[in-house]
Design a protein around this ligand. Sequence first.
Ligand code: PLP
Length: 401
Amino acid sequence: MTETTTSRAFTPSANVAFLKESATIAVSARARALKAQGRKVIDLGAGEPDFDTPEFIRRAGQRAIDAGATKYTATEGIMPLREAIASQTSARWKGAPITAGEVVVSSGSKQSLFNACFTLFGEGDEVLIPTPSWTSYYEMVALSRATAVPVMGDATRGLKVTAALLEASATARTRGLMLNSPCNPTGAVYSADELRDILDLADERDWWVLSDEIYRRISYTGPPASVLDLAPRRDRLIVIDGVAKAYAMTGWRIGWAVSPKAVSAAMGALQSHTTSNAAAVSQHAALAALTDTAAAETAITKMVAEFQGRRDAVVREMRAAPGLEFVFPEGAFYLYARVATPRGGDGTAFAAALLEQREIAVVPGAAFFTPDWVRVSYAAPREQVIAGVRAMVELYASFAG
Ligand code: PLP
């Protein structure tokens, strides 16, 4: 049979037709394309630590390959890893100890978040999303056929939402709420009191709370409050975490969800029909990360100290720019700045000008439903971060002045 040369049009199904490419990934791709043309782009768009995975974790991965950890595992993950997660999580929970049966390990916290949304929400449900928020929350809720309801944060509180703001956006259809502290894209951290108010409201209204705590270990004012420290009970609580950020293990793809047993069983069933277990080798590496606590603490402390030094330098640069508003970052590795001006346009126009004219890549705030802003990642060498923020401040001054 001869092959025909004409190709037929592709129409995506209704399941995915509405999806947009992740804007954070799009910026990195454009920066890479410019670099490939030989231009010296400073990439402040990255959402991952610019550190190597600590050596003791890499070695554990190598040993696991040699020991034959190359086969399927249980869908929910290897038992020692689930037990280690349960035991670390239990240490923050005042109630009965959390068991391995309440932990599902996945291929990154992104998958756990998706599993949770898909398992808990459906047609007709509304899910409150504090805004700005990480771009994928909105799409995951939509993939679950529920409606994402952005709730704009308070500009006088680092763009964080309050219980009152959430309440004002709630309807009889509200089924759940996403939380993320420290927050991507702002670096804001919710205080214990702020979180407690939100959790009390959610408890009273019977909402599911999905708490994405992936940046919890990257904080500059001591350990941030976790919902586990504060929630009155756990029967509507899903805590999502992973090794990507704290242990510089983004590419290993290990995350998890801690949830009531019935929810874990449903998420495990979903995962068994989509991806099965997370990579076996990566699970063993993550086990080393969680159980060799002395080595892990040394590595995390060193990385967070470097992030804090960069955070301080970035804040100094920003404060030199009159009128340039930003959220004071208390955690994660992002700075969120309001760069819109009548002359320069919104955050998307600003980010495009910064990339094309000054070769600095940042993420437009439109990706996080706040088009006047841009996100600057300081997960890059310190001198590049300072040079990048200086260029950004200069560009802003040229538009604003
Ligand atoms: N949650 C937030 C807020 C993130 O910023 C990211 C990654 O950028 C993730 C989850 C996904 O992390 P993982 O690599 O564990 O899938």
